[in-house]
Every structure is written in C-alpha cells, then in structure tokens.
Design a protein around this ligand. Structure first.
Ligand code: 13P
Length: 251
C-alpha cells in the first residue's frame, strides 16, 4: 500500500506574520497519522515553519534548488546541501511556473532532481501539460517526455526515492480541476511508463495530483486508484482547508 502524501506549495506567499498565523492554524488541525504531510514555504520562512511546527507531523520542503548540490559562488541560488542543513526533507523540482515563466528546461530539472537526491532529500518532480497541448491531444506525450527526461539520464530506480506530481497547467490557480477520470488516465500512464523498466518502482512510487485541489473535490480525486494524494497551492494557505484536504486523503 502506498501511504498518501498531501503537500502544500505556498509559492511566493507569506510574511513573518501571515506564516505565524498559518502555523497556528495548522497546529489546531486534527491531521491523520496515516497521511504524510509536507509544506513548502519560501526559503525565507523554512526555519520559522520548522520551529513553529515542532512536534506536529508535518515535514517541511523547499520549492526549488540550484542545479549544483554543493554550495559555492552562485548569487541568489540555494544548494540542496544547504536545504538539507536547514532541515528540509523534500524539494519540488520542475514546477510548471518555473518551467514556463522562468525558462527551466528538462535538463535543468534532471540536474536539480539529482542534486536533491545526492543530499539525501526527496525530489517531488512536477509534470503536466498546457491547455494548448491538451487540446491538441498531446497530454500523454508531453507528460511522458518530461518523465522520460529523468528516467533516460538517471535511470528508473531513482523513483524509489522520489515522488511525482501531475499538475495540468490549465488547472493551476484557475479553479478548473481535472476530473478524477482525466487525472486517473494520466496517473495510470505515468505508472505504466515506469513499469516498462521496473514494475516494483512503478507500484511503489506515489503520484500526486495538483491543480485547484480543495476540500470539496479532494476525496473524489484521492479515491482514484493511481492518485496517491495532492500537491495543493492556493488552498494550502488556509489551515482549515488544508487540514480538511489532509483528512480526505486519510479516509
Ligand atoms: P493551485 O492549487 O492553486 O491550483 O496550485 C497548484 C500548484 O501549482 C501546486 O504546486
């Protein structure tokens, strides 16, 4: 059985005051122990969140890292080794906002994925198609190519220590959610692609869905056989809503 994971991507949100409020709200939630839970604040707030959530079973991750795992002369970047030192457990890699708005390439994503693992942290690889690609019938090809770029360079076994998140770009922050059936189709294809090389890895890896996940649609999405939890953006900034999504993953 795969343990569900609910991850909250706080993106470029938060001040010290609003983060303190969110921490307080999270501390009041009843969080199911059967579900692994993680939040991804900005790097500025990682220490505050780790401190504030001590004793709560919520892990803390980072939203990105440098392609090189070792610290050095690279102004503005943060190395995976520094994230490990700061107490992060996971790192998002290849979020569509970074791929599309900041020009991150598949090659960058592969290097970041490897950097994260080389520091003993878990990469959470984000994949997903744009609306244009979906309408052109290219969803499985696009997602398949994003996944293949990692498998081809690093091998399938790296997914024994990683998580995948399918996030259709058109569903992110738009209020539009992929239907459970639409998401399940892509999740099953991701697992089938891994299974070509390792059935064991394919069966064990967790594939999360992301894109306008809310308390109201979470249970239906998480009820699909190949959806193992969610990567939640906007709704993760509301502790009650995020708590409810975590509970939906545990039921
Ligand atoms: P929303 O939940 O706000 O649509 O964001 C999804 C996302 O991009 C999480 O990484």
């Amino acid at each position: 059985m795969r343990r569900p994971l609910v991850a909250g991507n706080w993106k470029m949100h938060g001040t010290r005051a609003s983060v303190a409020e969110l921490i307080n709200g999270l501390r009041k939630q009843v969080l199911p122990v059967s579900v692994e839970i993680a939040v991804f604040p900005t790097c500025l707030h990682v220490a505050q969140v780790l401190d504030g959530l001590q004793g709560v079973h919520v892990e803390v991750g980072a939203q990105d890292c440098a392609v090189d795992p070792v610290q050095g002369a690279l102004t503005g970047e943060i190395a995976a080794s520094q994230l490990q030192d700061a107490g992060c457990a996971m790192v998002l890699v290849g979020h569509s906002e970074r791929r599309l708005l900041l020009g991150e390439t598949d090659a960058d994503v592969v290097r970041k994925f490897a950097a994260v693992q080389s520091c003993g942290l878990i990469p959470l690889l984000c994949v997903g198609e744009t609306l244009e690609q979906r309408e052109a019938g290219k969803t499985l090809a696009v997602v398949g190519a994003q996944l293949a770029s990692v498998i081809d360079v690093l091998g399938v076994d790296v997914f024994a220590r990683a998580v995948i998140a399918y996030e259709p770009v058109w569903a992110i922050g738009s209020g539009l959610t992929a239907s459970p059936e639409q998401a399940q189709q892509v999740h099953a294809a991701i697992r089938a692609q891994l299974a070509v090389q390792s059935v064991e890895v394919a069966c064990a890896v967790r594939v999360l869905y992301g894109g306008s996940v809310k308390a109201a649609n979470a249970a239906e999405l998480f009820g699909m056989p190949d959806i193992d939890g969610g990567l939640v953006g906007g709704a993760s900034l509301n502790a009650d809503e995020f708590g409810a999504i975590c509970r939906a993953a545990g039921s």
